[in-house]
Ligand binder design. Structure first.
Ligand SMILES: Nc1ncnc2c1ncn2[C@@H]1O[C@H](COP(=O)(O)OP(=O)(O)OP(=O)(O)O)[C@@H](O)[C@H]1O
Length: 201
């Protein structure tokens, strides 16, 4: 399996955000996307996730086995957590597990794994910023998808949670997964490729 981008260009509101990006990420590989605010990191992740069309060029997954297209092979962890504040943690994760399919950990086990045992009945909206992020990380664990697209994944996490998440990412790569992560912070992924986006001025 590998993820390839060819001549990838993007625009927002008629402005070119980036042009002619190229990369190849092999199974077990990670790409760390860096750059100043507004450089286009989130735009790139959203294009890979199929949430935005590119202006030109393409991104595709080769050898994705049972995944019919790139979008269905991706877990997308955006800036916002994509959880309903009035629903419980359990209900939110159950929704995403049904939506994403390919069950992996059960919800209690995933919550234990991110250090949030015993809060499954809390409304998501009651949680602290870091706890919300950890529930979103649990979403990656309850369904298997080979490509993880992570936008500032460790924002709001304490040191223990950050180190734990680095372990999840390494585990995913060891299983032959792929990670594309936009970040301003080191993620603890030795050997990852880096794509430094500069923006258009
Ligand atoms: N929905 C939108 N409509 C129009 N322009 C947008 C939209 N979303 C983002 N942009 C613009 O696209 C450019 C790239 O934004 P993007 O969010 O991809 O940057 P980023 O590198 O992720 O920034 P940050 O480090 O602040 O998260 C910015 O100039 C932004 O204003």
């Amino acid at each position: 399996m590998r993820l390839l981008a060819r001549n990838l260009s993007a625009e927002r509101s008629g402005e070119t955000i980036f042009a002619d990006l190229e990369f190849v990420i092999e199974a077990g590989g990670a790409l760390i996307v860096t750059g100043p605010n507004g450089a286009g990191k989130s735009t790139l992740l959203r294009i890979i996730a199929g949430l935005l069309p590119p202006l030109s060029g393409s991104v595709r997954l080769e050898g994705g086995d049972r995944f019919p297209d790139l979008q269905s092979a991706c877990h997308y962890l955006g800036h916002t957590n994509a959880m309903k504040p009035a629903l419980s943690v359990q209900e939110n994760l159950a929704f995403w597990q049904d939506f994403n399919g390919e069950r992996r950990m059960n919800i209690d086990e995933a919550l234990d794994t991110v250090g949030l045992e015993g809060i499954d009945h809390f409304p998501f909206g009651y949680l602290s910023t870091g706890q919300k992020r950890r529930v979103s990380i649990a979403k990656l664990l309850v369904s298997y998808r080979p490509v993880w697209l992570l936008d500032e994944p460790t924002a709001g996490l304490d040191k223990v949670s950050e180190d734990r998440f680095a372990g999840f990412m390494r585990g995913h790569l060891d299983e032959g997964g792929i990670i594309v992560a936009a970040t301003h912070l080191p993620l603890g992924l030795d050997g990852a490729q880096e794509l430094a986006m500069r923006g258009q001025g």
